[in-house]
Design a protein around this ligand. Sequence first.
Ligand SMILES: Cc1cc2nc3c(=O)[nH]c(=O)nc-3n(C[C@H](O)[C@H](O)[C@H](O)COP(=O)(O)OP(=O)(O)OC[C@H]3O[C@@H](n4cnc5c(N)ncnc54)[C@H](O)[C@@H]3O)c2cc1C
Length: 360
Amino acid sequence: MLEKAPQFGEIGAGLQLAPNASHALASLGVLDAIAPYAVYPRRLLWRDARSGARVTALDLGERFRAHFGHPYVVMHRGDLLDVLLAAARAEPRIVLEVTREVVDVLEDDRGVRAVCADGTTFAGSAIVAADGLWSRLRTLVHDDGEPIPAQYVAYRGTIPVAELWEGAGLEDVTLWTAPGLHFVQYPIRGGMLFNQVAVFRSDRFRADGDDWGLPDELDAHFAVGCEAVQAGIARIRRDRRWTMYDREPIAQWSRGRMALLGDAAHPMLQYLAQGACQALEDAVVLADALAAYDDPADAFVAYRDRRYLRTARVQYSARLFGEIWHCGDVGATLRDAMLAPRADDDFAHVEWLYGWRRSG
Ligand SMILES: Cc1cc2nc3c(=O)[nH]c(=O)nc-3n(C[C@H](O)[C@H](O)[C@H](O)COP(=O)(O)OP(=O)(O)OC[C@H]3O[C@@H](n4cnc5c(N)ncnc54)[C@H](O)[C@@H]3O)c2cc1C
């Protein structure tokens, strides 16, 4: 495993892992190992960011868990990485290398050779490119230019639970929405930290500039928020921001003995909280395909066949959810009216997403 950073690390923020990801983690043998760090929220609660009124909710309790066979988990990204790294280190066939930025992949009849920026090369029978949204290796498989900017920007960070204000929702994943913005809050690290993500559409967006989505815009956009939203926004970190991108789905995921995985294959907007979940599903399906075929090139085609329509559906659905969350006027009134009669334990609309099975 070749990582370009000087050490394995993750940003200080949370991650939602729906039952499809829990199932993937169970398949990888690490679901029990995340338990000490995991939080199992009571429900996904959607509220209007301006009035505070409830829009709808999804129960994540016993019935949900029994229905999907695995829990909905929220946790710190660094904790998940630590668990995955420990499992990788315990496997003697895995060698972990840092400060190895792969800049090219050469292929011949016998296998592949990864060429790193520092001049080192690594030979193998095949290579999986899991190099994220800005994947350099994707261009060798399918060059469709730069990721597509969504004009939205995210601020995120964590707060020790001991420093929380009264009324902060510690049992739920809470989603607050208003036209052009949303705000997500949930506890992580076994309930010790409170994670927050504030997202808004910048009016100053420029595709060729970096001077948009700045903290003054964050404050201006969230000034419409109710008291509970204002309390959270006041405590969100402003020293770093993440601009939102995705890509159109593609059908070509491999070239010979090189395949794409995760955001390198199917970057998506985060509105369904599924980017990492889909990467975990990829990993399980890819491992099964490699075990089933002698030739890695054949395994990569089988892996693609099992994955690409599902991830395309998630990519498109994430965009649609963004539209639904961020709409205003009649659209928002219609949305709320349509969602009002929904029962909290009606899982029909998430069945296709959360009900994924390794052998499905
Ligand atoms: C605000 C926000 C909230 C999100 N929330 C969720 C959520 O709740 N649930 C969820 O499932 N997903 C969520 N996501 C999406 C999720 O973060 C990504 O989909 C996921 O991190 C993708 O994992 P990856 O391994 O494919 O890529 P990355 O996490 O980007 O990892 C790529 C790795 O490759 C390394 N690398 C890059 N180039 C090279 C190279 N040339 N050579 C060697 N190494 C290289 C990088 O250093 C990095 O370590 C969210 C995203 C955002 C922006």
